[in-house]
Design a protein around this ligand. Sequence first.
Ligand SMILES: O=C(c1ccc(-c2ccco2)nc1O)N(Cc1ccccn1)C1CC1
Length: 407
Amino acid sequence: MLLYPTLLTAAFAATGMAAAAPAHTTGNKGTASLVQVRNPNFEFRHGPLALAKAYQKFGAPIPEDLRAAVARFRRNQKRQTGTVETDAEKHDVEYLTPISIGTPPQDLIVDFDTGSSDLWVFSTEMAAKDIKGQAVYDPNNSSTSEKLQGSTWQITYGDGSSSSGDVYLDTVTIGNLTVPNQAVEAAKKVSDEFTDDPNNDGLLGLGFSSINTVQPTPQNTFFDNVKKNLDTPLFTTDLKHGAPGSYNFGYIDPAAYIGNISWTPVDNSQGFWGFTSPGYAVGTETLRNHSISGIADTGTTLLLLPKSIVKAYYSEVQGAQYDSSQGGYVFPCSPTPPDFVFGVNNGIVTVPGDMVLYAPIDSANQNCFGGIQSDTGIGFSIFGDVALKTSFVVFDAGGLQLGWAAK
Ligand SMILES: O=C(c1ccc(-c2ccco2)nc1O)N(Cc1ccccn1)C1CC1
């Protein structure tokens, strides 16, 4: 299974040991001599660390100055990376990812959302009527939870959904990455959209901490807290159509994409992963120059673009029309509509026509709701899952840039 070797390697890397190098055994039955293989990754040799280990081995006290030298060394070691699988719900409405909170670990499945910056979960502090099948976080059942006295949070999302509650610090683990004092926002109230979504136990914001809603003191996202331990401060998304995808932290998996990564600068002034696309094309036509400012948002299902572009696209789709009863553009489910292409710096991202065929609006499966709709009223475009699942995307906080690649 792809994920396992990556995790194993990462786990070993974290200790500075080689991943279990193949042992070269020789010798008679029942005996084996293992020829050690030098770990090519084990390049750091650190005197104070070796000395501290020697003291430790013989139970000698470690002098304070030596302890400080070792602590500095360990702090500077950035050797962590991690991978976690995310699963698409029906019609890729949202991608749900497992996390663990507290001691002993409480497992929940949440929506990783690059368009927001709060980690909030269903909790035992909610009214029972608002919980319909979700797993809940119980801070009283965690020996490592600590209430952030006086702190509260409240968030309203663009689709009108909302939630609010209070805040605990607790251990949060994602894949093999652990943050000991992560702000976990325990819900006391959630709107019906969340209550009526039994598979989703909360949201994990991967936006910038500047828009975290905790008051009086906004808190850091999981990524902001873990990034100092990562080999490099980035995460990548590999969302798939109707299949599990993955979020990787701290590394770019060269096997996860093809061709080159197109990089574009990020404007995080609104707290989002914002960028400007230079243009778009419908089907096989050449790219039209048209600046599109938007955000990469795993928490939004569709691709929301300026009205003029949406009209231009659907003018080339047979039978397409704006259906006010559906609140968007609808068109016959066949034939497959044309691809939609948008620019990223000097590269392009192609959204295949069959991804624009978002979902049938009726059981007769005659007409389909479009995966491309208008961004009217939001103030910027939203490159949601319909755009993201066609690509391998690098969210690079170090270089403050987004990288898009085909896969
Ligand atoms: O739902 C949100 C959304 C996320 C976070 C916050 C927020 C407020 C305070 C902190 O975060 N406010 C939002 O509104 N979408 C997506 C969206 C979809 C549809 C319409 C409007 N928007 C934000 C990323 C743009």
